[in-house]
Design a protein around this ligand. Sequence first.
Ligand code: SAH
Length: 256
Amino acid sequence: MKTTGTIYLVGAGPGDPDLLTLRAARLLDTAELVVHDGLVSREILALAPTSAELISVAKQRSRHTLPQDDINALLIREAKKGRDVVRLKGGDPLVFGRGGEEAEDARAAGVPVVIVPGISAANGAAAAAQIALTHRDASSIVSFVAGQCKGLSEQNWSGLAGKDRTLVIYMGVKTAPQIAEKLMADGLAPDVPVAVIENAARPEMRVVCGLLAGLPQLVTAHKIKSPALIVIGDVTARNSGLGDQALAKLTIEETQ
Ligand code: SAH
């Protein structure tokens, strides 16, 4: 009888294949089955052998997608057939990636799980846009929050943004107006600098900078689309390295 396979929860990083860990690249190279999210770039999927089976469980409003329970069940079913499963996720599997839920269900079903970390969008975007998430003169605390509609008003962000702090918001493009309103209601000054980084660490990356009160306009004026991160704090105003010719491809626009 075939033994149970292993589920590898693998971080694919923000999109550039060079930002995969060696462990992730090796697992992809020998993969038999890859179950991936929509955020995983085509260049990275191309690293799997042509013989590998690729299953997309992309979450897109426009078409039918697998609910999380069905994804967990799929991973477990395949592992129980004796196949190793590479479950590939954008960024890091344990940062807003529901990797925790997949690991819990797999463990409960008696399937071994290995977690391979990835470069989370915040780290990839910070490096690509040359924004220091912490800086001795500007920020000693960095927080990651999710800004999607569901539950936004119930989330307690007080104290996470402001002087000496950096707040990185994932999934906040659609709710930018509510986010700006929420932060200002919490007492944040309207002129706190912000940056929005779209498609970080990908060739089409854009970085736009402005002030908190103008965040909704910044997003609409530049037609920012997901995937994008919103970074709030003084560190976003220090990225003078963006003028370097090495980064000439970036679109940097100061508004207000
Ligand atoms: N596990 C992922 C996050 C998944 S949530 C990670 O660790 O990065 C999806 C959100 O991540 C997107 O809505 C966006 O806010 C952010 N994101 C992912 N890839 C990104 C990229 N290349 N550029 C900017 N934001 C990105």
